[in-house]
Write a protein that binds this ligand. Structure first.
Ligand SMILES: C[S@@+](CC[C@H](N)C(=O)[O-])C[C@H]1O[C@@H](n2cnc3c(N)ncnc32)[C@H](O)[C@@H]1O
Length: 216
């Protein structure tokens, strides 16, 4: 589990967050044992944050960039109304096969449109389709974060939210050394300079950038 806080405090946060349902616990366990890089999964606490953000924003259309085994997609889809829609993008057929099974079992699968293609291609398709999204969750390859932001923000109405994961990058943003560190720093700098949004960088799990669109 990625955490910026010590194990005792992380366990306390976990214990004081609404418990995950048995389905989510199973998805987490299967991801841990069956997939490479299971730490990519947002997990219990950030999943709860995403679910609450979808609920309080009364989002009806959500876009996720980075499905993996489906934890965050399912957390957000569970907070959508029955006719709400979540488009989620990934390029990994193995991890998304796990996601598809849990989507189907969850009772929320009818809300989820999984697109297996590079996310920038899917973003171009969605723009051509005239789609709009009340909330966008960015959680895929870090070098493309700025590109995802630039492509996604025009699809968000004023008042909508963009949420980006791993934006503290295990704390490496403070003294970046590697290309991936610099990609996250570049993203945070880019968001901070964008006059279309107000934003807050939350120290939840590995860092969550939360931005609200103020103007087109
Ligand atoms: C951090 S994981 C997503 C975790 C997921 N949100 C969850 O909570 O389980 C990042 C995902 O981005 C996907 N990815 C990487 N490059 C991509 C690209 N160019 N287009 C779409 N997805 C991509 C990876 O295959 C991986 O599954």
């Amino acid at each position: 589990m990625i955490s910026l806080i010590g194990p005792d405090l992380a366990a306390y946060v976990d214990a004081h967050t609404t418990a995950e349902s048995p389905l989510f616990a199973r998805l987490r366990a299967e991801t841990q044992t069956g997939l490479a890089m299971p730490q990519m999964q947002v997990g219990h606490v950030e999943g709860a944050l995403l679910r609450i953000l979808v609920a309080v924003s009364r989002a009806r259309d959500v876009l996720e960039i980075g499905t993996f085994s489906g934890y965050s997609a399912l957390a957000m889809a569970s907070a959508l109304p029955d006719d709400g829609k979540l488009v989620t993008c990934d390029i990994d057929p193995v991890a998304t096969a796990v996601a598809r099974r849990y989507f189907a079992e969850s009772g929320h699968g009818h809300k989820i449109d999984l697109r297996l293609a590079p996310a920038l291609d899917t973003l171009a398709e969605l723009a051509a389709e005239g789609r709009r999204f009340d909330l966008v969750f960015i959680d895929a390859d870090k070098p493309n974060y700025v590109n995802y932001w630039n492509a996604a923000l025009p699809l968000v109405p004023v008042g909508g939210l963009v949420v980006a994961d791993n934006t503290l990058w295990s704390g490496k943003v403070v003294a970046p050394k590697e290309a991936s560190d610099r990609a996250i720093v570049a993203f945070n700098t880019h968001v901070a300079a964008d006059p279309r949004v107000e934003h807050v960088l939350l120290s939840v799990r590995d860092g969550v950038m939360l931005a609200r669109k103020l103007r087109d």
